[in-house]
Every structure is written in structure tokens, then in C-alpha cells.
Design a binder for this molecule. Structure first.
Ligand code: 3PY
Ligand code: MG
Length: 252
């Protein structure tokens, strides 16, 4: 598959699902359903390098992009993820252009950045079989930053202007929390802030993604022109399916 930044050039929204179960087994089930992308969440879910690896391997046979959310935006973590072939990264809570620039450098080999070199033993380089990896790797990476705080929204024009930031993604729940609206990501003030952030992404020509909170919200986000969006979580699907079947059987 082409790098995710190229996939984002399509004129249809790319639909994804959050993976919070940290399981290769359930990741394979989800990958078989036709989502454009699955997000492996190492920020809020019990993932380590081995669980991320087994999920990435489970998804690999399918036409489905693996996006991985790092626990925090830091070069050592980014190096490990890229070496493992997790070339599409989502970095939470990016609030300044300086942080965004540091993330870009972490993703690139010298002289364009500071990524350490370990191609022959890394899954990212096809274990050395891709002999040109060192020269192709920078192009294979898609770096997506999350805008999910008032500070991030205030600084969005500067962050969006950073060369090497390939896309931006809004986290409505953290944004709401930072606005004093904890637990109210659909509050009108949050919607207004998201609209401003989306307009800035459009001005900068950066593809915009969002975590949609329910199917109605997802449809609205598509109408608003978001290029990629998550429409649910694996855990949410289990809960809704379980409650539905139980309710049907127990219905009076
Ligand atoms: C948020 O809404 O804060 C997110 O990070 C999306 O999961
Ligand atoms: Mg968040």
C-alpha cells in the first residue's frame, strides 16, 4: 500500500476503527471488515511492543493501514515504532511548533533528522531485504499530530506550517477537558473550537482527521470535510453487541 499520506489524497474519507483491546486476534477480525485503517492505541490501552507487533502482523495481509498512537511524542519511542515497521504514527497532545519540529526530526534519518540506524534487524526495513530502506524510509513515514488542547488550537497555524507534519487529528475528549468541559466533547463550544481548528488545517492544506463520537457525529464530520475519521472502538462494538443481544433475549 502507498504511504498513508498518499492514501489521504483520495477524494473520499478514510474510515477507521480504534483498537483498544491490544489483541492480534481481534485486530485481525476488524481488519477483515474493510476498514481503511485501524488505530493501535499505545497511549490509553495496555499495549507494549509485543502486542503492537502481533496486531501489526495480523493486519498486514489486508488492505488496511496500521496507524499507531505512541504513548507520548518522544524520539526514542518513535525510533522503536518506526523500526518495527509502524510507519504511520499518531502523536497525542502536540501543542507547539517546536514539538512538531522535533517529532519530524525524530522520524527522519540524518541529515534531515536524528533517527538512529538499524536497518538490517528491523521489520520496518523488511529485515534488511529492502536494501534501499535507508533512502526510502523518510518517504514511507506519515506523521500525524493530535490537536487536543486549547494551547494546541491557539498554536494551530504554526503547528500546521511545520514541513513534515503530514496530517492533523482532533481529539474531542481531551480538547473538551482542556476547555473546562470534561466529559462534554459534543458541547457547542467544543464544536466551535473544532471548526476553527479544521479551518486552519484546510488553510495549511493538511488533511484533517477526527475521533467521531457516534454515527451521527461521524456523518457530520464527513459533511464538514474531514478526510479521515475513526467511527468507533473495538471495545465499544463488543459492549453494544453484547447489550443488544442480551436486551433482545431478555426483552419483556
Ligand atoms: C480524544 O478525544 O482526546 C482523543 O484522543 C481521541 O481518542
Ligand atoms: Mg486524547
Amino acid at each position: 500500500m502507498p504511504p498513508f499520506k498518499k492514501q489521504l489524497e483520495q477524494d473520499r474519507p478514510l474510515i477507521g476503527l480504534w483498537q483498544a483491546l491490544a489483541s492480534g486476534y481481534s485486530a485481525e477480525i476488524c481488519a477483515r471488515q474493510g476498514f481503511d485503517w485501524l488505530l493501535l492505541d499505545a497511549e490509553h490501552s495496555p499495549n507494549d511492543m509485543q502486542t503492537l507487533l502481533s496486531q501489526a502482523q495480523a493486519i498486514a495481509p489486508f488492505e488496511c493501514e496500521v496507524i499507531t498512537r505512541v504513548p507520548f511524542g518522544e524520539p526514542v519511542v518513535i525510533k522503536q515504532y518506526l523500526d518495527m515497521g509502524l510507519h504511520t504514527l499518531l502523536v497525542p497532545m502536540v501543542e507547539t511548533a517546536e514539538h512538531a519540529e522535533a517529532l519530524v526530526r525524530a522520524c527522519r534519518y540524518p541529515p534531515h533528522g536524528i533517527r538512529g540506524v538499524s536497518s538490517a534487524t528491523s521489520r520496518g526495513a523488511n529485515f534488511g531485504v529492502n536494501t534501499n530502506y535507508l533512502h526510502e524510509a523518510n518517504d514511507m513515514v506519515t506523521l500525524i499530530v493530535q490537536i487536543e488542547s486549547t494551547k494546541g488550537v491557539e498554536n494551530i497555524d504554526e503547528i500546521a506550517a511545520v514541513e513534515g507534519i503530514d496530517a492533523m487529528f482532533i481529539g474531542p475528549s481531551d480538547l473538551a477537558a482542556s476547555m473546562g468541559l470534561l466529559g462534554q466533547p459534543l458541547h457547542a463550544d467544543v464544536t466551535e473550537a473544532i471548526g476553527k481548528a479544521k479551518a486552519a488545517m484546510d488553510r495549511a492544506g493538511k488533511p484533517a482527521g477526527i475521533f467521531a463520537l457516534n454515527p451521527d457525529h461521524a456523518r457530520q464530520c464527513i459533511a464538514d470535510g474531514f478526510q479521515f475519521l475513526s467511527v468507533g472502538t473495538d471495545i465499544g462494538l463488543i459492549i453494544s453487541g453484547a447489550q443488544k443481544v442480551l436486551g433482545e433475549v431478555r426483552a419483556e
